[in-house]
Design a protein around this ligand. Structure first.
Ligand code: AMP
Ligand code: GLY
Length: 436
């Protein structure tokens, strides 16, 4: 068996490992736009392209390698229709087609479906194609109580929040104008207050198999200070809930995802296959939906894939056969903590080409390469998150200790968030919800 993996980040390193762990012993062919030393080591074929959405290069590789199926990791090739393209070539692809991937690539599309199909969890919102009515709607929401979002994929930088990035109506109007110029549409919505979590599910378009929920940390610095990043680290708990998250909250999130899956099919006639990833928030008025993504989260995949008990390739095949209902997707009852090591200055002004020394990396932690360069056996930072380090243990506290020790063993001009997964940070989430 041969599997084609599109992508080369930390998330794809974890996906590649899950593919290689399979009892089917698959060969791994990677279509990448950068070197990933971890993936390169395990790949049978590692093909570089200028762009993951370059279908000419992809076609050449696929015709030569003839994979049994493909897995497409990142948001951009999915939104550009790479899964449609592969299917057109007769290669089944795990990942949604372009039309249903709009649940991530168009925020107005996702919000409209909530209303049209009566799905719970939406904040108050309105979509706009020009400035008419934006000032009135901001006024209706009230000063300090709004969020302005660009419609399309903006590398995690398309959302601006009152009180954090937008200090008054003027700034909100200015940003709405920028969004309209950038992608022709924007969403203005109520600012929600609560604690966020990610719920990712495998799906064949009909059945959802949920993964344990994860909490990511988007801000660059300790105590959630500093600019937004791709995600500095994340944790999951052994009981497949989170310390601040009740079973009832999980049921609400699961219900929103199930209704969204059905709505996507009704709206487009296409089944959403792959990973449906809901970004939710527990608020004092129940679980609300922040956004959907059409792929694995990064870092969330780094938490979840190491504790996946079921054969990943079997799950992929069940998704492609639209028979996910026939297999039981199981995870170890283990807690996980992931911490990303990033270059000093990240995300605004990251130091590139700083050497990383892993010689003291302990054996009990897992290391995933993300955005790094390798030259003459040495590894250097590039612009983005460098290395994802994961601890797996019986409790979050023990997993944190493993991850923290491993992160501290890495030498270089780097930083990380020591607070992710610590008892005090986890408890502060519980306290915050109590006081809402
Ligand atoms: P997104 O780009 O949709 O992932 O949004 C980025 C971040 O913006 C989310 O993780 C939330 O922290 C925040 N956010 C988005 N929408 C809202 C909202 N309606 N209320 C509060 N925070 C939000
Ligand atoms: N964890 C954030 C993301 O993957 O979008």
């Amino acid at each position: 068996m041969k599997v084609l993996l599109v992508g080369n980040g930390g998330r794809e390193h974890a996906i590649g490992e899950a593919i290689k762990r399979s009892a089917h012993n698959p060969e791994l062919v990677v279509f990448a736009n950068k070197n990933n030393p971890g993936l390169m080591k395990m790949a049978d074929v590692y093909e570089l392209t200028d762009d993951l959405s370059n279908t000419d290069n992809l076609k050449t590789l696929a015709e030569k390698e003839k994979p049994d199926f493909a897995f497409v990791g990142p948001d951009n090739p999915i939104a550009d229709g790479v899964c449609d393209f592969l299917e057109g070539m007769g290669i089944p692809a795990v990942g949604p087609k372009k039309t249903v991937a709009r649940v991530e690539s168009s925020k107005s599309f996702a919000r409209d479906l909530l209303v049209k199909y009566d799905i719970p969890g939406a904040p108050k919102f309105k979509n706009f194609e020009n400035m008419d009515g934006i000032a009135e709607f901001l006024n209706e929401l009230g000063e300090g109580n709004y969020v302005v979002k660009a419609d399309g994929l903006m590398y995690g930088k398309g959302v601006k929040i009152a009180g954090e990035h937008l200090m008054d109506f003027e700034e909100a109007l200015e940003y709405a104008k920028e969004c309209l110029e950038a992608c022709g549409k924007c969403v203005v919505e109520e600012k929600l207050v609560g604690v966020e979590f990610s719920l990712m599910s495998f799906t064949d378009g009909k059945t959802l198999a949920d993964m344990p929920p994860v909490q990511d940390h988007k801000r660059a610095f300790e105590k959630d200070k500093g600019p937004n990043t791709g995600g500095m680290g994340s944790y999951s708990d052994a009981n497949h809930l989170l310390p601040f998250l009740t079973q009832q909250d999980m049921v609400q999130a699961q219900e929103i995802s199930a209704k969204m899956l059905e709505a996507l099919h009704k709206e487009t006639g296409e089944y959403f296959t792959g990973i449906l990833y809901g970004g939710f928030m527990v608020t004092k008025n129940g679980v609300k939906l922040i956004e959907y993504n059409a792929r694995f989260g990064d870092p969330e995949a780094l938490n979840i894939l190491p504790i996946l008990k079921t054969d990943f390739v079997d799950i992929c095949r069940a998704i492609l056969d639209q028979n996910l209902i026939s297999i039981k997707v199981e995870f170890e009852n283990q807690a996980t903590v992931c911490k990303y090591v990033v270059p000093k200055g990240y995300p605004d002004n990251p130091q590139k080409n700083a050497e990383l020394d892993f010689s003291d990396f302990p054996e009990d932690a897992i290391m995933y390469y993300s955005s790094v360069n390798e030259k003459d056996g040495k590894v250097y930072t590039s612009g983005s998150r460098s290395i994802g380090v994961v601890g797996v243990a019986n409790t979050i506290t023990e997993a944190e200790a493993i991850a923290e020790k491993a992160v501290q063993s890495i030498k270089g001009n780097i930083f990380h968030r020591p607070d992710i997964g610590t008892q005090s940070l986890v408890e502060s989430r519980i306290e915050f919800l109590k006081n809402l």
